[in-house]
Write a protein that binds this ligand. Sequence first.
Ligand code: R5P
Length: 313
Amino acid sequence: MGGPCGTGLTVLSGSANPALAALVASCLGEALAPVELERFPDGEARPVVPDVRGRDVYVVQPTCPPVDEHLVELLLLLDASRRAGAARLTAVVPYFGYARQDRRSRPGEPVGARLAAEVIAAAGAQRIVVVDPHTAALEAMSPVPVATLSAARALAAALGPVADAVVVAPDLGAVRLAERYAAIIGAPVAVVRKHRLTAAAVRAGPLAGDVAGRRPVIVDDMVSTGATIEAAAELLADRAGAAPPAVVATHGLFSAGALDRLGHLGLARLLVTDTVPPPRADAVEVCSLAWPLAEAIGRLHREERLDDVAWPG
Ligand code: R5P
């Protein structure tokens, strides 16, 4: 595939989600470029990339758990690609770890989102592609351009029509995403006020919006411990007349215990994408973003606009 100045396109993958990267490459009519993902006996990663001289290189690596390992591997892959002569280098980070650390909520904390963007740029990325990052401020924090895509259209299509739906934001941070879904599926929005007690415990309430007689669709950027979804679902269950909720989230991290926690809620659906490797669990439906990510990469490669692609929201 021809690109800027006739350069060819190369897709590389780290170890975080090679299945997604291979699908993306195949949608582009390419094979994944071979990468040796070696580790020294002390645990240091030492990836070796092929000859990418003059190529337009896309390194696909969500920084999902183990976050630090995957982030460092991404940095090394970028550095290796730059040193191997890549003409242009893009970090495709479908799930951007550390994005929740977008401000200091108490003295002494770092701003991890900014640091992660800075080190990715310092390693050689000239551009970063992300999907539904937790913070909209990522672009402003990053020294290099950030192409932000949303999975909302793909997930809404996978969800299909829901009669009498109400889209529920399980916290204030999810309101924008909920409004995006509501616009796509033509439903009203309700908002839960969330109070985070600890990293794995939250309290929900009050709920703003009318859910009586409706089918709630809870939308969020990610499910980690499941505490946010659990609290919202329990609040909805207390509301007379609300049907069991469906849950739609871009990044299904499902930290330890999350699936058990969600399993007790009687959810109508649990739908996530494959930005991170999905769990093997019957209860979880997975909508692949390979095709839309490939479409976005193809457009970036050809130096076309992203904002008129049907998929990016
Ligand atoms: C936080 O504000 C995010 O948007 C998610 O709601 C949250 O990170 C989900 O985490 P958990 O599943 O642990 O509640």
